[in-house]
Unconditional design. Structure first.
Length: 265
């Protein structure tokens, strides 16, 4: 977890890389070295690239008045916390490219799912930004393939030459797992009868293994009374599309506990 340290009194904010050993629980904090160009003041997005073993990280670049000018993209070596600049982006076609949600398997492209106009929530789609090359280029795609009976995608995961997304039913709000491609089609991989978004705050948690034959997600199972809404684990065998809904033990209440700090190991 790369996180800016706003307690420092310097004009350039330091970033700390926090790592946790899932076996021992040991927590290590290291200052990231090399990511201090252009008045760095925050981390806007990061994803681990299993193919390279590096973290791709974006940082916000501002002027002296705090106006966002663009983003810098770095590779971060998680063992040494050394950052290497990949490229710089200065705002043009998409002023939110640094707030990316997913990373291509080769580490060359980042994806931002949501609204092109973030402030007014207009033009839902996918921003595709190439960060490796002579310059950063970004294209907005507003014509995403959808599945009938479902609302807008709530998440995005790179899967083969396309994506896997959670999509809520437009009738009940239950989540389905949908497979789709830019410029192609969309189809339902698995449906769930009691799988919902977070009731109060925070994200969902998702995972696809390196072999891309297994998917998992932590979502909310609604209960009566609502104070007993709980987190459940969804799993999908992507070779057979067989799915399961597994209750966590001990129970984690969705209105009490956020999964913002939880991941899959």
């Amino acid at each position: 977890l790369p996180q800016a340290n706003f307690l420092t009194n310097t004009t350039v904010t330091n970033i700390t890389l926090n790592t946790v050993n899932p076996v021992t629980g040991q927590w290590t904090a290291q200052q990231i070295v090399g990511a201090v160009e252009d008045g760095l003041n925050d981390v806007s997005g990061f994803e681990f690239n299993a193919a390279t073993g590096l973290i791709v990280m974006a940082t916000i670049v501002t002027d002296a008045a705090g106006k966002v000018l663009g983003y810098n993209f770095y590779n971060v070596e998680p063992r040494t916390a050394v950052a290497t600049l990949i490229n710089r982006y200065r705002n043009s076609t998409d002023t939110y490219v640094g707030w990316f949600d997913a990373l291509s398997t080769d580490g060359n492209t980042v994806y931002r799912l949501g609204y092109e106009d973030v402030v007014d929530q207009q033009i839902f789609g996918l921003g595709v930004t190439t960060i490796n090359g002579t310059s950063v280029s970004s294209v907005w795609h507003a014509d995403l393939p959808m599945v009938a009976g479902h609302n807008l995608y709530a998440s995005i995961n790179v899967y083969g030459d396309g994506f896997l997304s959670l999509a809520p039913s437009d009738r009940t709000g239950d989540y389905s797992i949908v497979k789709w491609q830019l410029g192609g089609t969309a189809s339902v991989v698995a449906k769930f009868s009691n799988a919902y978004d977070v009731p109060i705050f925070g994200p969902l948690a998702e995972y696809i293994n390196v072999e891309q034959n297994f998917y998992a997600a932590l979502v909310v199972h609604l209960a009566v009374p609502g104070m007993l809404d709980r987190w459940v684990l969804l799993t999908v065998d992507l070779t057979t599309n067989k799915s399961q809904e597994l209750f966590l033990s001990p129970m984690m209440l969705a209105k009490v506990t956020s999964v913002a700090g939880l991941g899959f190991a």
